[in-house]
Ligand binder design. Structure first.
Ligand SMILES: Nc1nc2c(ncn2[C@@H]2O[C@H](COP(=O)(O)OP(=O)(O)OP(=O)(O)O)[C@@H](O)[C@H]2O)c(=O)[nH]1
Length: 290
């Protein structure tokens, strides 16, 4: 094929489940055609993933993309650091943070500043919750995102399709709320003081009242965390970034607060307490770099 069409670039696609045998395959291809780069699929079979990559490294062809599942969103640009972190069990939270900051920097700056100001004050309304959902929907892998959000670990247990379905239902529930409900300083109290509200929203969105309440309790956990983190003094700069010179004591309080809000599985994913600590430091450093 290569001789007939004289391609500009040859990308060699290989299946990682063959492990170390990748090296022989990649070398054989390289000898025959001018392989420019490599795509490795099925890296979700972790056990062999590391072996496959080290084997490919021996061929000195750059890996450009990797496949980590059967769906289109599982096709990712290969980033060394993230991949190594994943292998080391740190989860892909760093990648998630990158994506979120990429997306938020493309949003309107004024509205961002306003959002950050409110977050710093510990204010997190149902409307903020709704916006977070809409953002997360664009982030790709549902289960990874969910596992990373306090109070949502159990949703991450669902399979990707079930999870997305649940996600959509929650957005419909939020769409069925009135402006005053979405913008209330304490949306949960509003609903717990008046059960007719949950009934109305459930009818409006076609879900059970129980589901409305489950979502509200998840919102409550998240807003509680925001309130507590927002209440830590000396942590954020005026424009809402984590201060590069925040005191060790403030950082420790932040770490304790986040650890308390994450469920145990999510905490494990970031590498436990020490993993969380290094992740927060990373976020802190990012603020400086930006
Ligand atoms: N788990 C997982 N499955 C994958 C990944 N990439 C591809 N698959 C699945 O592997 C199967 C084979 O994929 P194909 O794209 O048909 O592979 P192919 O090499 O073109 O196959 P041929 O047409 O027979 O040459 C499909 O069921 C894919 O969904 C991946 O990264 N992870």
């Amino acid at each position: 094929v290569s001789n007939a069409i004289a391609p500009d670039s040859v990308i060699f696609v290989m299946d990682a489940t063959i492990g170390q045998a990748c090296e022989a395959q990649a070398l054989a291809f390289k000898r025959t055609v001018d392989v420019g780069s490599v795509i490795v699929t099925k890296l979700d079979s972790r056990a062999k993933g590391g072996g496959a990559l080290s084997a490919i490294a021996a061929t000195r062809s750059p890996v450009v993309f990797v496949g980590t599942g059967e769906h289109i969103e599982d096709f990712e640009q290969f980033k060394v650091k993230q991949f190594v972190q994943k292998l080391l069990g740190m989860g892909d939270l760093a990648g998630l943070i990158d994506k979120v900051s990429e997306m938020s920097s493309s949003q309107d700056e004024a509205s961002n500043a306003e959002k950050m100001r409110r977050l710093r004050q510990g204010l997190f309304t149902l409307r903020d919750f709704q916006e977070q959902f809409a953002t997360f929907q664009e982030l790709g892998s549902f289960s990874q995102v969910m596992a990373a959000i306090p109070g949502f670990g159990s949703l991450g247990n669902k399979n990707e399709l079930e999870g997305r379905d649940q996600f959509r239902r929650y957005l419909t529930v939020l769409d069925s709320m009135s402006d005053s409900e979405l913008d209330a300083a304490d949306g949960c109290r509003l609903f717990s003081n008046c059960s007719a509200r949950a009934t109305r929203v459930a009818r409006g969105s076609g879900v059970s009242e129980r589901e409305v309440r489950t979502m509200l309790s998840q919102y409550a956990k998240l807003s509680q965390m925001v309130r507590r983190v927002g209440g830590i003094r000396g942590l954020f700069s005026a424009d809402g970034d984590l201060k590069s010179d925040a005191s060790a004591a403030s950082m420790a309080r932040l770490q304790a607060q986040v650890a308390r809000s994450l469920d145990s599985r999510a905490l494990q994913r970031v590498g436990g307490a020490s993993g969380l600590q290094s992740l927060l430091r990373q976020v802190q450093r990012r603020g400086v770099a930006d």
